[in-house]
Design a protein around this ligand. Structure first.
Ligand code: LMR
Length: 396
């Protein structure tokens, strides 16, 4: 049966974890995957999460099946974060939300639903984009192409090229947009540019699909939602995939959601009914624990405040690591200007390191990064930052 099966390449991001775990060097550092570690190099269990989990365990809740679309209280909490509490869209019944298996799961059910809706559409992702975007939409059966995005010269966005490309696409094309903290570049659009993207989508009749995996990691929950809010105000229909992996440090619980904004309540009812068929034939219904914990935190004013404070702590520590890395590289005598790292947003820096330099970092120093030169700043800490800076200086 399996004689003709070829060996698949390792996943470009999660495959690094496999190689990292097998590395026996004590000085090894994993700057590959987008995971937040605290200053002791540990993935934190947030205090707000711990409190909600303890309360939940005491209740000893039964483990029945969830509704296909997940927990209602969770889906409402997701909508409040994305669209704002008191959003007119949610009040009008124009938003449906389904709990999903992380942001990846949300993208997958969205992609499968879109394929049933319009099998011939093309999907456009940013150049570059998160490695899994292309694979995910291709595996749903779409042809995936890039729209211009990152400008290596300015380390910013080539917005003129991006907008011109959007305005050239066929109506119905799916445009995957990073709502904040662009992965992998850390280069985001300004609010004014987002407004232009919304207008371009309207003008060409495009299908916007916003991927929001890092809400709260740039400036905060509300400011980071600006893209979603601008699309909300536009009257357009669109998709949003979101995730609590990073913001709640709940990676392995797979807690995400797909939200779809429709034209009206009746459409919402029909869209949800179809989305439920997609979910039922993929994994039936989502697991209970992670979503219940997030819902408990977000529906308690005290726990929600505690969570926002902890999230701000993660954001501030990443920022400190950005400045720290730039200073440490400079202190190593490197003359090349790395100050752009400070301006990039979210967990990542697109360092400009070549694939060969990344390979040397791994082989000679046990420092793992994505071959594109993306590093995760959230894996740096006060103990390893000097070693990482010195190693980068050597490979340069
Ligand atoms: C990343 O980009 O490293 C994260 O989103 C984790 C993943 O699933 O790839």
């Amino acid at each position: 049966i399996f004689a003709a099966v070829e060996l698949a390449p390792r996943d470009p991001i999660l495959g690094l974890n496999e190689a990292f775990n097998a590395d026996t060097r004590e000085t090894k550092v994993n700057l590959g995957v987008g995971v937040y570690y605290d200053d002791n190099g540990k993935i934190p269990l947030l205090a707000a999460v711990k409190a909600a989990e303890q309360a939940r365990l005491q209740q000893q809740p039964p483990r029945g099946y969830q509704p296909i679309e997940g927990l209602g209280a969770y889906n409402t909490a997701v909508q409040n974060l994305l669209f704002g509490a008191g959003s007119e869209l949610t009040a009008a019944g124009r938003v449906i939300t389904a709990e999903a298996l992380g942001g990846t799961g949300a993208l997958k059910i969205g992609a499968d639903f879109l394929k049933r809706l319009n099998a011939e559409s093309k999907v456009y992702i940013s150049d570059p984009s998160w490695e899994n975007h292309r694979a995910l939409f291709e595996s749903a059966g779409f042809t995936v192409e890039n729209y211009p995005y990152y400008d290596a010269g300015t380390r910013g966005v080539n917005f003129a090229a991006m907008k011109a490309a959007l305005l050239s696409y066929a109506p119905g094309s799916v445009i995957v947009l990073h709502a904040c903290c662009h992965n992998p570049t850390g280069a985001d659009l300004s609010d004014a540019q987002w407004a232009e993207v919304v207008e371009a989508c309207r003008e060409r009749g495009l299908v916007p699909f916003l991927d929001m995996a890092y809400q709260g990691f740039a400036d905060g929950i509300e400011p980071d939602a600006v893209a979603v809010r601008l699309f909300s105000a536009s009257g357009l229909q669109f998709f949003v995939s979101s995730s609590f992996s990073k913001s709640f440090s709940l990676y392995g619980e797979r807690v995400g959601a797909l939200s779809i904004v429709t034209a009206n309540k009746d459409e919402s009812t029909r869209v949800l009914s179809q989305l439920k068929r997609v979910i039922r034939t993929n994994y039936s219904n989502p697991p209970i624990h992670g979503g219940a914990v997030v819902a408990a935190v977000l529906s308690s004013p005290e726990l929600r405040q505690q969570w926002e404070d902890e999230l701000a702590g993660m954001r501030d520590r990443i920022r400190a690591m950005r400045t720290g890395l730039v200073e440490a590289i400079k202190a190593e005598g490197v003359t090349q200007d790395f100050s752009f790292v400070i301006a990039q947003r979210g967990m990542f820096s697109y360092t400009g390191l070549t694939a060969a330099q990344v390979e040397t970092l791994k082989n000679d120093f046990g420092i793992y990064a994505v071959s594109t030169g993306r590093i995760c700043l959230a894996a740096l800490n006060s103990k390893n930052i000097g070693y990482v800076a010195a190693s980068i200086a050597k490979v340069l």
